[in-house]
Write a protein of this length. Structure first.
Length: 364
């Protein structure tokens, strides 16, 4: 937004976000500088003093656009008033439990319109990262072979294509189950990105299961034929372009979130608190540690969005998660569709009662 900061105004965490310390003296300058250039996606929030209600109302009537006025006594600020339209990006690179590829665009639509660095400490299949395609991002995970895939994709996409081609040719020229078990055994003896990549695209139901004590993969071979290399190459090229601004690292979420600076955007998609321990790369996960890290980010002026169990079922348990009352400012329920995990567990039984939703919690 083409805004020039008037006298006594400071630029807030969003580009074009003006926070006023002295509304009455700046009102004429603000009106002159902003004019009719405000995007209707924003609303004006008067947060300096209720005494300035008259001036703020005058400003809203002067700017002929559909803006909503909210008064809470602390200053004047432009903030997003609703979600934005984001184009869906449904082309998966990895098949991964908990992937949000089908509805990642809905999640991204609730991110701030502008921010500095995008940080994703539970990158997994990269669904939200790929949909957002940020210019400047940090993505991490505790599963080292997974990060090896992402780092190689970013730096040497042709090598990723060769990984897939070699295993696909072996798979299609021999006994598929025997070849799959051989690749799985190779991974279990020496966890690596090349084997994990092919296993993710050829295992049963697209659900890789890891034994918690040692990370051993136990998922059997899938019934489908893995994607042809030429089709996979197109996905590699597409994803390579979308993650070119991202630096990947193997690290714990606390470390990744601790690097966030004011104005950065952090999206957290942690392992479900109630899910089986054989899933999600056999990660150990402590929800309280994450909530503490989110609180510290919020204190530093970092935007945080958290996807967490909403009406999700784990077996017969309807998951409920207790969240501190003042940590988040907004909550959105995102419809995830049918659970891939339950589809795997129920072996074709009806899933009418297994539609799940995620809570998207926002600190802003």
């Amino acid at each position: 937004m083409p805004l020039a900061a008037p006298l006594n105004a400071s630029v807030g965490p969003l580009t074009g976000c003006l926070i006023f310390s002295n509304l009455s003296s700046d009102i004429d300058v603000l009106t002159q500088d902003v004019g009719y250039s405000l995007d209707p996606e924003y609303k004006i929030r008067d947060i300096s003093s209720l005494n300035h209600q008259k001036e703020a109302l005058h400003l809203v009537s002067t700017i002929e656009t559909d803006l909503q006025l909210t008064l809470d006594g602390r200053g004047l600020e432009l903030v997003p008033s609703q979600s934005r339209q984001i184009a869906p990006f449904k082309t998966q690179l990895l098949k991964w439990i908990g992937s949000k590829q089908r509805f990642a665009h809905e999640i991204v639509s609730y991110f701030p319109s502008t921010f500095r660095t995008y940080i994703e400490p539970f990158v997994g299949s990269g669904a939200v990262l790929g949909t957002l395609a940020p210019q400047n991002a940090l993505a991490s995970d505790t599963l080292k072979p997974l990060i090896e895939i992402w780092e190689t994709l970013a730096e040497k996409p042709q090598e990723v294509k060769q990984w897939y081609l070699q295993r696909w040719e072996s798979f299609t020229s021999g006994d598929p189950i025997q070849v799959f078990e051989k690749i799985k055994a190779a991974y279990n003896s020496n966890p690596n990105g090349a084997d994990l990549l092919f296993l993710s695209r050829s295992c049963y139901g697209g659900v890789i299961r890891f034994r918690q004590q040692d990370g051993y993969i136990s998922t059997p071979c899938g019934v489908h034929k893995p994607m042809h290399p030429q089709s996979f190459y197109k996905r590699v090229d597409l994803w390579h372009a979308r993650i070119k601004g991202t630096i990947f690292s193997h690290r714990d979420f606390e470390s990744a979130m601790g690097s966030a600076k004011p104005g950065d955007m952090v999206y957290c998609d942690p392992p479900y608190a109630h899910s089986q321990t054989i899933l999600y790369g056999a990660q150990e996960f402590d929800l309280q540690r994450l909530l503490n890290a989110i609180a510290l980010c919020k204190e530093r002026g970092v935007y945080v969005a958290l996807s967490i169990d909403g009406t999700k079922r784990s077996g017969q348990l309807l998951c409920k998660v207790t969240i501190p009352p003042d940590l988040f400012e907004r909550e959105v329920i995102v419809n995830c569709g049918q659970s891939m995990l339950r589809r795997f567990q129920m072996s074709g039984e009806t899933l009418e009662n297994e539609v799940i939703s995620d809570r998207l919690l926002l600190t802003y």
